[in-house]
Design a binder for this molecule. Structure first.
Ligand SMILES: Cc1cc2nc3c(=O)[nH]c(=O)nc-3n(C[C@H](O)[C@H](O)[C@H](O)COP(=O)(O)O)c2cc1C
Length: 344
């Protein structure tokens, strides 16, 4: 299925309203593969997005779903973190959310992508069972699992995934690690991860993390990937749902670096370093999705107030290379650079 894409370029699913149906449709129409993000949405909201993409394009697209993890977070640590954040919420004129541990409507979303026969289904934060993968495949879907190390790659290949999305440490947004534990495994840059997994497995590999132009796409293809998945590169496209305050922050000299933190959601994710991250990076427990729900209102209020210091500004290390171009034009530029690189 990946071979049949006109261009080996995948627009990363980006939860939080960023990868809109308009973005996915524009990317797929331009010859790449557009993705919808199922994460954080209700199953009904995701169903609406699927309908919208289908109204906008007859091209193929993908849907991404979060795999729920164990709800074994330390309640005392969550309560202690809550106490620290309450004052911040008060100052912003809002209240903290309920730190609930839901499964992001896992079963309903699986049923939805099956019922809708979504052409590409990708998973992050874990690996679905063999049975689930087989059911999706029997239904016509191509199944992709996000991995961050060789061990996860082997587990996903054993479970029968059609392809793996290798996420390097450079990547923006949440780490797709199967576990959210504090016992951190070694973390890999994209190129070495590609080479290590390629040495072990014959399965198609999609490369993600810090890829911002056609030359980088050529590089990962030379290193063994069959396609590149780009997230941060699409953040400034007019079709993206990126909040205006977030867009401004990406171009602002106020923000000079990215870091991986649990401060906003309780799961490790890379974003621009702002005041909230500086203050709470070391305080936040490994409690996802509890902290996500707890800080959601605070982040939303900050966005409404035009305050980037309390928003989660997810971005990969290459964010300074992002360009405010319509998605179709971005795909054309990326493919022109890729072809030029291949000619040289
Ligand atoms: C704002 C943002 C939101 C993201 N949301 C998701 C998501 O919902 N599901 C997912 O599998 N990956 C998500 N990612 C990670 C991407 O799939 C991908 O790994 C990453 O964007 C690649 O690195 P790059 O941002 O440097 O291109 C997100 C990334 C960003 C920047």
């Amino acid at each position: 299925m990946l071979d049949t894409l006109k261009y080996p370029i995948i627009q990363a699913p980006m939860a939080g309203g960023i990868s809109t149906p308009a973005l996915a449709a524009a990317v797929s129409d331009a010859g790449g593969l557009g993705f919808l993000a199922g994460g954080y949405k209700t199953a009904e909201g995701l169903a609406e997005d699927i309908q919208k993409v289908r109204q906008l394009t007859s091209s193929r697209f993908g849907v991404n779903i979060f795999v729920p993890g164990p709800s074994d977070a330390d309640e005392d640590a969550i309560a202690a973190y809550r106490l620290k954040l309450e004052r911040e919420a008060e100052c912003l004129g809002t209240v903290l959310g309920n730190p609930s541990a839901d499964d992001d409507e896992w079963n309903r979303k699986l049923n939805l992508v099956k019922a809708e026969r979504v052409p590409f289904v990708s998973f992050t934060f874990g690996c679905p069972s063999k049975g689930i993968i087989q059911e999706l495949q029997a239904n016509g879907s191509f199944v992709i699992v996000t991995v961050t190390c060789v061990e996860e790659a082997k587990m996903a290949a054993d479970a029968g995934a059609d392809a793996l999305c290798l996420q390097g440490i450079e990547a923006g947004g949440h780490r797709g690690t199967f576990s959210n534990g504090t016992d951190l495994q070694e973390e890999y840059g994209l190129l070495v991860l590609l080479r290590l997994v390629k040495q072990e497995l014959g399965i198609p590999l999609i490369a993600a993390g810090g890829i911002m132009d056609g030359r980088a796409i050529a590089a990962v293809i030379a290193a063994g990937a069959c396609a590149a998945q780009l997230g941060t590169a699409f953040l400034l496209c007019p079709e993206s749902g990126t909040n205006p305050v977030y867009r401004e922050a990406l171009a602002s000299p106020r923000f000079t670096s990215t870091r991986i933190t649990r401060a906003f959601t309780g799961r490790r994710a890379r974003g621009l370093v702002n005041d909230f991250m500086e203050a709470y990076d070391k305080e936040a427990p490994a409690a996802y999705p509890q902290l996500h729900h707890m800080t959601q209102g605070l982040r939303k209020t900050a966005a409404q107030n035009g305050n980037p210091e309390y928003m989660s500004l997810w971005a990969g290390q290459g964010y300074r290379l992002a360009q405010p171009l319509p998605a179709g034009e971005l795909i054309r530029n990326l493919t022109a650079q890729l072809l030029e690189q291949n000619r040289e």
